[in-house]
Design a protein around this ligand. Structure first.
Ligand code: SAM
Length: 227
């Protein structure tokens, strides 16, 4: 475990100050994002269905949603397990969690306020995990800590699905996405994550990459890896 890990000040500022107000509009913003980038109405639902297809939840499994935000994906995931498994959503921002906890929760789901660098679960506790749209907010060392903690809590042969920003091969598209992200306070870590390469970082944590893909007009990449 990474007990007592240092958290760079600017990163702490991003998630504390930014999410204290962003949490209020996070859900409509997410819907709007997927409306534009994933085919109009129903775009967010289609995106989530796709991620759940990649996770492929099975009866009796324990699944961890790391940095679950306002819990939209976590709740849908727990709904798919239909009481026959356990889903845990962990999140560092109390403001994001407050929104998540107000939503109707299917049976077998819990939300916990936990830093993903120091997951409070025993080794190999989970069958699967997902990290959706969170690594790009983190400085390099924090990403390393989060990925190695994820590795620790997943069973051998267990899987992780990671969804992150993407740099498409087509230059004009890459430039457009870079321009849009430039307005994001998380731009420095976003840029650094793309430079380091998501699959490189997942591989360095010990995972074996199984499958990669893109979604939402290539704005996002999806990686499935095995412990
Ligand atoms: C862009 S949101 C994505 C939320 C959610 N996974 C989704 O798909 O909507 C990123 C989330 O990661 C959380 N986060 C950032 N650093 C974290 C950490 N070290 N531990 C736990 N959560 C963290 C933020 O508070 C934020 O809610």
């Amino acid at each position: 475990m990474n007990n007592g890990v240092k958290m760079p000040d600017y990163y702490r500022g991003v998630y504390k100050k930014w999410y204290s107000w962003f949490s209020h509009i996070y859900d409509p913003f997410r819907k709007l994002f997927f409306f534009f980038f994933n085919g109009g109405f129903g775009g967010e639902k289609r995106f989530q269905e796709l991620i759940i297809e990649w996770i492929n939840p099975q009866k009796g499994e324990r699944i961890l949603d790391i940095c679950c935000g306002t819990g939209t994906l976590t709740i849908m995931l727990a709904g798919k397990l239909r009481r026959e498994g356990r889903v845990v959503g962990i999140e560092i921002s109390p403001d994001q969690l407050r929104v998540a906890r107000k939503k109707e929760k299917p049976f077998g789901l819990s939300f916990l306020q936990v830093d993903a660098q120091d997951l409070r679960f025993s080794d190999c506790y989970f069958d699967k995990a997902v990290i959706c749209g969170a690594l790009h907010e983190m400085p390099e060392q924090v990403r390393k800590n989060v990925l190695s903690e994820s590795y620790r809590v997943i069973k051998p042969k267990g899987r992780i699905v990671i969804v992150e920003h993407n740099k498409p091969d087509r230059k004009w598209k890459a430039k457009l996405f870079d321009f849009l992200e430039w307005f994001n306070p998380e731009y420095p870590t976003y840029e650094n994550m793309l430079e380091c390469g998501l699959t490189n970082e997942i591989g360095s944590a010990g995972f074996r990459i199984i499958k990669t893909g893109t979604t939402s007009w290539e704005y996002l990449q999806i990686v499935m890896a095995e412990r």
